[in-house]
Design a protein around this ligand. Structure first.
Ligand code: ARG
Length: 465
């Protein structure tokens, strides 16, 4: 008979069993489920709902089941529906009727919410670690490329010269925000709903504070309806993960473009590239393409979860069982993507000469030429127009700004002197942009330093915790 079978006179249709069972995916919560049950039983023992020997039998039995599952000795049953009832069924087989007392003052509704939060907390920490590794990789690339000049783009058109370090540090900022978002989401994940019961708490005098301590939550939920029906933390993680994937996807897109024959800014290591079954010359950036592609499913999970939740009246509804596959696939996808992008980036070869070559073409120093005139007192808008005409002239003459003679310069403005060549030299263009956040070598080094300190801080923090 089913654990809830008392009021039923007929068994479920096998189709029904297959449709509503969640064990195929929620079995991954087995550790959290058993830990939650051990804490609940221990607490029931402390308030006298279970006597000492009952508590011991249940706790030992649960520990035993955990070992058996870890050792691969347990086969879950679809008939038992989900991980919660599978564990309870196995416990009953192991220790007999006393197991039937475990569910006192508890519902699967507060149980599953507790399990998912316990699981989510661990996942957040793992993702944070992977993000900090990626930031370290980007930082390492930046450190050796503070003077690697490359074109910066807007509209995918060459705009102004920057350095590869400056470009990498832009991604560092994105991933740092992602990290902060996870730290912030963790706080709300760290609230224990156990004790909310099915929806309206329980008549047993549960010591929720003790369970909280045993399960290492920072706080307990304050409203039993909200305790069982809140899935904000799922949406928050899916949202934070969507932003991570969006950032990874943008970075991947750059890697894909940079590795084309047209750009040749980088060469990916063979270990992170693939070939073609027909075209012998091919070397494809599959890792970056897959990350770009996988961002779609994570965004999908976010929208799916929001949609699943938006029409649900309080409190628990079975719709909410749909939260898990989306959540699991989100964290799996983000972790896999973060894990592989670091070595792919860390092993890629940077073709500095190609970057410099391209930065020297396309008038990336035109703004600097305009700034030169503006610094001599010409209103910037006018200076802009003078340089615009010079660019047209250069295009007709097939030359770059630094290939013009001083006489040619003078035809456009009397303000030009010999020092214009120095002013439009790419290194000057980069270093003169020393405003906070700019690409100047010293400025980027300052930023690198700041991030180095931040990384040290968070790594120490993690060790202390
Ligand atoms: N497997 C269920 C889920 O994931 C557990 C909670 C079931 N609660 C219920 N009232 N049927 O949501």
């Amino acid at each position: 008979m089913k654990l809830w079978g008392g009021r039923f006179s007929k068994d479920s249709d096998p189709l029904m069993e297959d449709f509503h069972s969640s064990i195929s995916f929620d079995k991954r919560l087995y550790r959290e489920d058993i830990e939650g049950s051990i804490a609940h039983a221990t607490m029931l023992g402390s308030i006298g709902v279970l006597d000492i020997s009952e508590t011991k039998k249940i706790v030992d039995g649960l520990k035993n089941i955990l070992e058996d599952i870890d050792a691969g000795k347990i086969e879950f049953s679809q008939r038992a529906e989900d991980i919660h009832m599978n564990v309870e069924t196995i416990l009953t087989e192991k220790i007999g009727v006393v197991a039937k007392k475990l569910h006192t003052g508890r519902s699967r509704n507060d149980q599953v919410a507790t399990d998912l939060r316990l699981y989510g907390k661990k996942e957040i920490i793992l993702i944070e670690e992977l993000i900090s590794n990626l930031i370290q990789t980007l930082l390492d690339i930046a450190i050796i490329n503070t003077d690697t000049i490359m074109p910066g783009y807007t509209h995918m058109q060459k705009a102004q010269p920057i350095t590869l370090a400056h470009h990498m540090m832009a991604y560092v900022e994105m991933f740092r925000r992602d990290y902060d978002r996870l730290v912030d989401a963790y706080k709300r994940m760290d609230v224990m709903p156990l004790g909310s019961g099915a929806l309206a708490g329980t008549t047993f005098p549960l010591d929720r504070e003790l369970t909280r301590k045993l399960l290492d939550f920072s706080d307990i939920s304050q409203n039993s309806l909200d305790g069982v029906s809140d899935r904000d933390y799922v949406v928050e993680i899916e949202s934070a993960c969507s932003l991570i994937m969006m950032h990874l996807s943008r970075l991947s897109e750059e890697i894909i473009i940079w590795s084309t024959d047209e750009f040749k800014f980088i060469t990916l290591d063979d270990a992170y590239s693939t070939g073609s079954s027909i075209m012998p010359q091919k070397k494809n950036p599959d890792v970056a393409e897959l990350i770009r592609g996988k961002s779609g499913r994570v965004f999908g999970h976010l929208v799916g979860s929001l949609t699943m939740l938006k029409g649900l009246p309080l409190a628990y509804n079975k719709d909410m069982q749909e939260d898990k596959e989306a959540f699991f696939d989100t964290v799996d996808t983000v972790k896999k993507s973060l894990l592989i992008i670091s070595p792919m980036l860390g092993t890629m070869k940077v073709n500095k000469d190609k970057m410099l070559y391209q930065a020297a073409r396309g008038f990336t120093n035109a703004t600097d030429a305009a700034d030169y005139l503006a610094k001599k007192g010409i209103p910037f808008r006018e200076a802009h127009s003078v340089i615009g005409k010079m660019v047209t002239y250069c295009l007709d003459e097939s030359k770059s700004l630094d290939e013009m003679t001083l006489e040619e310069y003078k035809k456009f403005s009397d303000y030009f002197e010999k020092d214009i060549y120095q002013a439009i030299d790419l290194i000057t263009c980069v270093n003169d942009r020393s405003v906070t956040g700019g690409p100047a070598i010293e400025e980027v080094k300052r930023h690198i330093n700041k991030i180095n300190n931040w990384l040290e801080e968070i790594n120490n923090g993690r060790n202390i915790n």
